[in-house]
Design a protein around this ligand. Structure first.
Ligand code: S3P
Length: 169
């Protein structure tokens, strides 16, 4: 694959986008960017704080800004926030900059991975299991537009290997 392409990871919270993305960046010797971390750095507040103080829309506006900006760059491995690529404009911009892979996991795996993690305001609810099922259902067709890679029962290194094979780098 030409070095100029970005590689973009999407998928639900807890599917391992950041962990796999960092490994992938090491393997391919490319810079790694995580859109959530990028937003936190730019805004100066945590995602939970942005949601609590300004509301979700402010966070989604940040996602739009960073998507358009990162789409102008080349050679990056980009782990995106769980809903970022479900927005048409974000997806069009980033998908034009390189291949997109959607990491998946069954709800039980997701719950185990995100439990006790207060960084995800959408799952900071009395019944995260129900919320995960609900959000997965709402997002099913959106995620379904991208090539899927299951992460259940695999190490992050195995998932990164699959992506390396898929991009032929
Ligand atoms: C979100 C996922 C989070 C973060 C925000 C909203 C979502 O990213 O962007 O809390 O709507 O799915 P991760 O998928 O990296 O947890």
């Amino acid at each position: 694959m030409a070095i100029k392409n970005n590689i973009i990871l999407t998928g639900f919270m807890g599917t391992g986008k950041t962990t796999v993305g960092k490994l992938l960046a090491q393997r391919l010797q490319r810079p790694f960017t995580d859109t959530d971390a990028f937003i936190v750095e730019r805004d100066g507040r945590s995602i939970a704080q942005i949601f609590a103080e300004d509301g979700e829309e402010t966070f989604r506006n940040w996602e739009r800004t960073v998507s358009l900006e990162l789409a102008q760059q080349q050679g990056l491995i980009i782990a995106t926030g769980g809903r970022l690529m479900l927005d048409k404009e974000n997806a069009e911009a980033l998908a034009a900059s390189g291949p997109v892979f959607c990491l998946t996991a069954v709800p039980e795996t997701i719950l185990a991975r995100v439990q006790d993690d207060e960084k995800r305001p959408l799952l900071n609810v009395p019944s995260p299991a129900e919320r995960i099922a609900q959000l997965l259902e709402m997002r099913r067709s959106g995620y379904g537009r991208f090539p899927q890679i299951s992460t259940d029962g695999k190490t992050a290194a195995q998932v990164a290997d699959e992506i390396v094979l898929a991009v032929g780098d």
